[in-house]
Design a protein. Sequence first.
Length: 458
Amino acid sequence: MDKMWAGRFSKALDKEADDFNSSIHFDSRMYKQDITGSMAHASMLAAKNIISKEDSETIIDSLSLILEDLQSGKLEFDMDAEDIHMFIESELTKRIGDVGKRLHTARSRNDQVALDIRLYLRDEADEIIVLIKDLLKAINNQAKLHKNAIMPGYTHLQRAQPITFAHHLLAYAMMLTRDIGRLEDAKKRMNQSPLGCCALAGTTYDTDRNMTAKALGFDSITLNSIDGVSDIDFCVELLSAFSTIMMHLSRLSEEIILWSSWEFRFVELDDSYTTGSSIMPQKKNSDMAELVRGKTGRVYGDLIAMLTALKGLPLAYNKDMQEDKEAIFDAIDTVKKCLKIFAPMIDTMTVLEENMKKAAGEGFINATDLADYLVKKGMPFRTAYKHVGQIVGYCIKIGFILENLPIEEYKKFDALFDEDLYKEISLETCVNKRISEGSTGPLSVEKQIQFITEFLND
Ligand code: ARG
């Protein structure tokens, strides 16, 4: 295909160089945005008498037919085209001749691509927000079902204090609400129209950038034309938000993998989200969670690729910037796939409450509560802490746990100990008496579930 810019050249582009330069195999996914942007531009050109009303209508009608044909598959992308912008424009010119050649007045591919990517990412960010909400819903439902399921809470992966499974899961729900916040926030900064910045310096035509910005749903226009065509901050921001989402999914994946192991057996993933082994008949592997954990590195890689591509780039447009697309598209596809798998995986997961409870009863995780018992009877916390440490050491030596160490033994350590201690250190009391805001106590967990429910209804 002859290049639109061929006029100044005496020789065609080398075949390898042509392929190397071309971006249609990945930027064709922005065809809808490219066409929508061109329609808004054509309307504005007519409104400002830069092209005639008839020409503008012909262009817009033809663009909408091209869109239809692409959507129905009647028209296929020409993989020899340099990029999606060149492809649509040449298809337009093929269909309506010279009139089509008027579309690119007061515009450059530089502001065109800057526009397309913003429109595209705006929609994708919205889709990802919906997918995060689906996952939030699944997490909140499991939390509602397992409000009273006691499990060991860990620090350093050592049993620390009793918590409920709901409280643990809701920690992830909080992370996901922040992830949505980050996407919303990035969207705000991204939602400025660069259309009309042209190549870099603006144009001598009396265009109306606010008109196209409004038609395309932008909040405002970019105020500096050089910045408008060279700003990719929003891709960096989104990739950073995607990386954080993946980091959260990866942490939860890691826990699900651990919890599914025979050593823990806290949860069992549904057969539809697990795989078997080709040799070991007993195996049930958490491949989906492992893959999500693995793909996290890939999304981090996309972020680093983007930052590195931008480092040292002089203003304004440079072809390096074409690299933004593959990185962000890969991250979007990965995040979407992971979220789509994760929500039903959580939703269908069986929670083995008995095993959680059993694990919670084995590890002296009520030691803090025993110390608090003494404190409530008047002992300073540090002294109580020391006493309980000695009792725990003693129990380990003689094969007891705090719940079954006889009261006479307790009394040897301190006279403040009485029969009521057993009730105070029961796992249920430990959880139910946690009354501080945000704690694992039932009131706080209920409040968290309510918060997520309202967040989802907003
Ligand atoms: N395919 C190009 C990209 O994605 C479009 C912009 C090309 N502009 C240019 N001046 N060569 O960045």
